[in-house]
Design a protein around this ligand. Sequence first.
Ligand SMILES: [Zn+2]
Length: 246
Amino acid sequence: MLFLYFGIVGAAVGSFLNVCIDRLPSGYSISYPPSHCPACGRRLAARDLVPILSYLSLGGRCRYCGDAIPWRVLGVEVTTGLIFAMLWRHYGMGIPLILALVYCCFLIVVAFIDLEHQIIPSRVIYPAIIAAMLGALVTPGRSIWNSLGGGLVGFGTLFLIAFINPAGMGMGDVRLAAFMGLIAGFPGVLVSLLIGIVAGGLAAAFLLLAGLKGRKDSIPFGPFLVLGAMVTLLYGADILYRYVGL
Ligand SMILES: [Zn+2]
């Protein structure tokens, strides 16, 4: 039952994250004006804003003008719902769950903004870093020095990569890596970075070989880093223990 409960709460939070993804890149307020259709400007009623169900019942189109609603709206609601439920199952009730839920919201917003705009806005990643520093103060079983160390390793590693290859990576990715390190600590940050870099490399190779992207095209790296951070948030300790056990 609680699994379902966290899934529903997650989907509702996801519809708020959609507003953040829509508005933060261009600097609009996330609280005003109220939700409206970007095509016809009609203000959306409560029945248009039910997570997942509204999108499905309307067939992915605006009730008033029939304009297509981006698939991402549904994607973010479903993803957030699933991740909330999985985080609850992994952590159980308590402070670590609350921290993980907050961190995953930042990660989801960063991933989708980077996918759509190829940027990781400062007004998203700096609040995320501050939240992670505050979270480090209350993370059970880990010292603040461990979290700060993880943040430094994340920042340092990607700074080095960006320094060597400035075309492939931006400062947004470097700041994101600092956030990932703060939330994963050390050595969790290594798992996050490894998964992110390998997944990004494989995806880039696939897109090149399949002819979907040219050598000159830029592929946003943030979503892959987010994937690494999310896997670590969900399974990080377990993956590590398995290897340490070996
Ligand atoms: Zn409309």
